[in-house]
Design a protein around this ligand. Structure first.
Ligand code: NAD
Length: 442
């Protein structure tokens, strides 16, 4: 071993960090080149990760529901088991975490994992408040030379994401002026569920609530099918942000991937009357995003629950696209769903001669398997397509839109400091209050 490398690994070991060798010693699947992974949330979305992580050493499992923990332990019998993710993250041999717990714990887990030198794949949404998104990003930027992160927006690997980006970047619609995304999922609820019965003995309800304010137990929070149970709780403010964090994380990704945006300078929103218990079903939020090195300042927007952008043409029925995005430029419009796209040149002058399609050799290469991209990144490049810099900015903008909706006014935002500059009430809504004993950046 060269002295420079020896000193580097010695320094890492003495600070308690576990660094994997950057190059496989005995082939990609040799035991020495496997990650030691903790899976948090071992049923539901957690199950969707079983196959991808079974190529690695799954050494720790955590779930607040002991029946779900047993379900995970059947698949990974060698792993140690926990009901409190804070204890799980202290296990000494870990080097990576896959987090599939509830939305209101994601930013906590992300920070705690990175603060312990652990690579992390975190299910969407990465955060539930603007402050959470910013703290996660700051932590990631401090650690990006040694940690691989990925937000669980796995649709990003669909090749249409690349095609949409190429068309926008290469000028197929001329100069980009506006972009929006929308989703039609609707989960109306009147308010938090009333107290009903006692939590079953296999459920650690207090840990399920975690940092969220107390709400009494009701079995309906737990009555969804595996992988869909998030739809039983994600519309309640203390647990989630409704469709903003849910399908919004996926569908805005289609837009965000194509526009190279930095944080917006303003936000405004309107929709259902504000309900202190539940996030709105119908909502539209609008933003101004600064210019960058290839396009001018643009307006962006998110629509949900029946609110829709105006169609670019009477023969295009956007309502037939459940989750989609639209880009408007000086010479045309691009409409896309997750897997297909339609280009509509806008005027007689839009003859497409100004646009040169890429060749087979210059198209953006496919990303491949999204979970494996992260696993491979942990073992070497550290590069992922939805790292916590990219993902935290996307969700910060979406959550800022919810703040503007709640105050009912257009707000001005300083993305450098993370402050609303013209509305003290909105500033208060950038963060959440947690139950005693829970630390966001622990
Ligand atoms: N990427 C996607 O396409 C996709 C799809 C579905 C869900 N999700 C996300 O995955 C997450 C989980 O969704 P779900 O439908 O599986 O929810 P769920 O309610 O079924 O919970 C998943 C598991 O986590 C456990 N759990 C809850 N709180 C925990 C905690 N504090 N510590 C440890 N375990 C805990 C539950 O007992 C359950 O076994 C959500 O954040 C959701 O947004 C992502």
């Amino acid at each position: 071993m060269k002295r420079r490398h020896f000193v580097k690994s010695l320094a890492a070991t003495s600070t308690g960090m576990l660094l994997l060798p950057r190059t496989p010693l005995f082939g990609a699947n040799a035991p020495s080149n496997k990650l030691n992974i903790a899976l948090l949330g071992t049923w539901g979305r957690g199950e969707a990760h079983f196959d991808a992580i079974s190529s690695e050493n799954v050494v720790a499992l955590c779930d607040v529901n002991e029946e779900h923990l047993a379900f995970g332990a059947k698949k990974f019998p060698g792993a140690k088991t926990y009901v409190d993710w804070r204890k799980c993250l202290e296990q000494k041999d870990l080097n990576a975490v896959v987090c599939c717990t509830l939305d209101h714990t994601h930013a906590f887990v992300a920070n705690w994992a990175m603060n312990r030198g652990l690579h992390i794949y975190c299910e969407k949404p990465l955060a539930n408040s603007v402050e959470e998104a910013r703290v996660v990003r700051a932590n990631y930027l401090k650690n990006k030379s040694k940690l691989a992160t990925q937000v669980g927006t796995q649709r990003h690997a669909i090749e249409n994401f690349n095609r949409v980006r190429e068309l926008i970047r290469d000028g197929a619609i001329g100069e980009l002026q506006e972009a929006c995304a929308w989703g039609n999922r609707q989960l109306p609820k009147p308010g938090y569920l009333p107290a009903q019965g006692e939590p079953p003995s296999h459920l650690h309800y207090d840990l399920w609530l975690g940092p969220a304010p107390f709400h009494p137990y009701n079995p309906d929070y737990f009555s969804g099918k595996s992988g869909m149970n998030c739809l039983q709780w994600n519309m309640y403010w203390d647990f989630g942000t409704g469709q903003v964090g849910d399908m919004g994380s996926h569908t805005m990704d289609l837009l965000w991937n194509a526009i190279d945006a930095s944080l917006p300078t303003s936000a405004e929103g309107k929709g259902d009357p504000v309900n202190p218990d539940v996030s709105p079903v119908r909502l539209e939020t609008h933003f101004e995003n600064p210019a960058n090195d290839w396009r001018p300042a643009i307006r962006t927007a998110w629509y949900q629950g029946g609110a829709m952008p105006e169609s670019p043409s009477q023969y295009v029925d956007l309502k037939k696209i459940g989750h989609g995005a639209m880009f408007e430029g000086s010479k045309g419009t691009l409409v896309a769903d997750f897997s297909t796209r339609v280009l509509i040149p806008s005027k007689n002058t839009a003859d497409l001669t100004y646009y040169k399609p890429r060749t087979a050799a210059t198209v953006i290469p496919p990303l491949g398997d999204f979970q494996k991209e992260w696993i491979n990144a942990c073992k070497g490049s550290l590069k992922t397509s939805c790292d916590f810099d990219y993902g935290s900015k996307l969700i910060e903008q979406m959550l800022l839109g919810l703040v503007a909706y709640r105050v009912g006014k257009k707000i001005a935002y300083d993305g450098t400091t993370g402050h609303v500059t013209d509305n003290p009430e909105a500033n208060e809504l950038l963060r959440r209050t947690y139950r005693p004993g829970w630390t966001l950046n622990g």
